[in-house]
Write a protein that binds this ligand. Structure first.
Ligand SMILES: [Zn+2]
Length: 136
């Protein structure tokens, strides 16, 4: 009698465990699916397989294209002859993933990080928005 009881409880426990596992798995799968559904961009640093490395730059968005932004920032270059600094502007083309496109507009201050060369012009990718164009 006692043995039988033990068996049943074990079975019940096993069943419960299985149910739990399946529930957890379903949850995880659902999460993955929903996340993937949000962004199907392979070259997205958040949802895709694009890895970032190297230098990070901050700048103002001066142009916006589908899947691409241009940022601009100032740097100073020393001129030896005049012993003074000259302001120079650098423009960087960065990839803009589909999921981030609605958040970024011209005039925003954003951060981009270096990645593998994605095209002749693009070897950076958008990673963070620092300031909106409207707030100053
Ligand atoms: Zn994405």
């Amino acid at each position: 009698m006692v043995k039988e009881k033990k068996k049943t409880t074990d079975k019940k426990l096993a069943k419960m465990k299985k149910e739990k596992d399946s529930k957890v798995r379903a949850k995880e799968a659902g999460k993955e699916v929903s996340e993937k559904h949000e962004c199907n961009d392979i070259k997205c640093p958040f949802h895709g397989k694009l890895k970032t490395r190297g230098r990070i730059f901050e700048g103002i968005v001066v142009r916006k294209f589908p899947k691409r932004i241009t940022i601009e920032f100032e740097r100073s270059v020393y001129i030896r002859k005049y012993e003074r600094y000259m302001k120079k502007k650098t423009r960087i083309h960065a990839r803009l993933p589909d999921c981030q496109a609605p958040n970024v507009n011209i005039g925003d201050i954003v951060q981009v990080q270096e990645c593998r060369p994605l095209s002749k012009l693009i070897h950076h990718v958008f990673i963070k928005k620092i300031k909106d164009a409207s707030e100053k």
